[in-house]
Design a binder for this molecule. Structure first.
Ligand code: AMP
Length: 262
């Protein structure tokens, strides 16, 4: 597989169909199209980054779309997006209709010859069904849905030890990736903080909410023979190696997705 030389800024995905990506991905003979699932704390973000570098695909995160809109002044945000941001602020899921309208606007990214890695979408079976229809319209097929798994105890340890830089957003860990000076960002010198949702009392709530939505979603993709479960224990490089091994096995077997009735 190829690796990207220059990083695409994902302008179309992040800002909408009127924007232009500064470095459009080179069309690949075999673009890879994946969905990433995994509870908060499994290291999905890191895997997404490694996978994008490896396959030359774009990281399409719906959370990033909302965070980009949040940075705009109010005048630049549509009423639907303003409603979405209010849901996000309350820690709720954005209604399916709003999320889906954003995805339909960005359908170009799903057809892109560089492939894609969807992260944070779909989150409900309704979204998964709509995505399936949209991809069928675009004559695009998913290669796999990667489901990263980690025991509860380890997720708790990972999240509760995480410290974040408010300035450059770098992430550290008290045990596994400690900053050189305790409490200070290695990159920009800002004081690190613990995200409110990384506090132990919030973590259990987040994990329960994830499990509730993820179980039907996993069943949906399992029935379509697309679900690939990957152990997320150990160092990120180990998880990445397991992912590539599983994917290469799957791509080599020239897998044809089975469409079964729900
Ligand atoms: P994330 O970065 O994926 O955790 O997303 C951050 C927030 O954006 C979530 O807590 C939701 O409020 C919202 N969000 C992102 N993706 C979706 C989605 N597919 N469906 C509903 N809400 C979403």
């Amino acid at each position: 597989m190829t690796s990207m030389n220059a990083k695409n800024d994902r302008a179309i995905w992040l800002q909408g169909p009127n924007a232009c990506c500064s470095v459009p991905p080179a069309p690949l003979a075999r673009p890879v199209r994946l969905i990433l699932l995994g509870a908060p704390g499994v290291g999905k973000g890191t895997q997404a980054e490694l996978l994008c570098q490896h396959f030359g695909a774009c990281h399409l995160s719906t959370g990033d779309v909302f965070r980009t809109a949040k940075k705009c002044d109010n005048a630049g945000v549509s009423p639907a997006m303003a409603g979405a941001l209010a849901c996000m602020q309350r820690g709720e899921l954005v209604p399916d209709e709003i999320v889906l309208s954003l995805i339909v606007e960005r359908a170009k990214c799903l057809r892109c010859g560089g492939g894609f890695l969807l992260d944070g979408f779909p989150r409900t079976v309704g979204q998964a069904q709509a995505l399936e229809d949209l991809l069928a319209d675009q004559e695009v097929e998913l290669d796999a849905v990667l489901d990263y798994k980690l025991p509860h105890k380890e997720i708790l340890a990972r999240l509760s030890g995480r410290r974040t830089c408010p300035n450059c957003k770098a992430s550290f860990h008290l045990a596994s990736l400690a900053p050189k000076i305790p409490g200070v960002c290695d990159h920009c010198g800002e004081i690190l903080f613990q995200r409110e949702d990384d506090r132990p009392e919030s973590i259990s709530v987040r994990l329960a909410a994830y499990a509730k939505n993820a179980s039907p979603l996993k069943r949906f993709y399992k029935r379509r023979n697309l679900l690939v479960t990957i152990a997320a224990a150990g160092a990120p490089e180990e998880t990445f190696a397991r992912t590539i091994e599983a994917l290469e096995r799957r791509l080599a077997s020239n897998h044809e997705p089975q469409l079964l009735c729900e």
